[in-house]
Design a protein around this ligand. Sequence first.
Ligand SMILES: Nc1ncnc2c1ncn2[C@@H]1O[C@H](COP(=O)(O)OP(=O)(O)O)[C@@H](O)[C@H]1O
Ligand SMILES: [Mg+2]
Length: 238
Amino acid sequence: MKKIYFNSDEEFQNFIKNGKDLGEKKTFLVHDKVIKIFNIRGLLSSGFIHSYSNRIISNSAKLNQNGIHSLNITHQLEFIHNKRLSGVIYNHIPGIPIRDMSIKEFTKSFLKELALFLSSIHSKGIYFRAMHMGNIIYHNGNFCLIDVAKVHFYPWSLMSFTRARAYRRFIKYPKDLKKLGKNNLELLIKMYMEESKFNLLNKLIFKCTLKILMNHNYKLIKRYTLFFAILFLIIWLI
Ligand SMILES: Nc1ncnc2c1ncn2[C@@H]1O[C@H](COP(=O)(O)OP(=O)(O)O)[C@@H](O)[C@H]1O
Ligand SMILES: [Mg+2]
């Protein structure tokens, strides 16, 4: 992987001078290239050990190897003056994120294609943690995953519980839900379950987890689960 080094913020600002901001001043479009920057927040982060740029490079390569369209990364950016920053450059992908498609395009056949795609990545053991409508690009009947710094590759097909968790971001943003519509979401889930060949138990686990995730705060659920696990362990030990 070719590297580009920056010794100051000024150097980097100069580098992206004519770029179009694609979101929150961390993703820029310069001609047909996308420049994406990661910034580690907080004192402790695994990002100091395994940088986000390294993660997105290895994840996109693994996705492409698995036959899933993803980023074609050409350069890694190193920020000598700031170890919190890392970045990559990749080719711009033609098409638009599902989030930006028009409502009219959410036809039954499109939802079927999407259900098939999501089911196929999950069957391959791919858990895309940022799976939401802004991170899936649609073009000419193909789906492509972007923003892939957080992906887990399991050697087995995802279990129903993990599959439901993978939908967490998909159902998180009210704006996305409003645009997709309740009926379309229900249809997508129904077709996804059919495509994934769920049995009754799979369906039950998947639907219940999804319902909990839709109606409750995920972080709070995680905290409570951890709390009760520790409590249970303490009671068991004494
Ligand atoms: N390779 C790409 N091809 C086309 N558009 C892209 C590409 N990468 C990013 N974008 C656009 O930029 C937006 C933000 O990029 P993303 O990597 O998702 O950053 P973030 O969500 O962290 O702001 C995307 O929603 C998409 O519209
Ligand atoms: Mg994104």
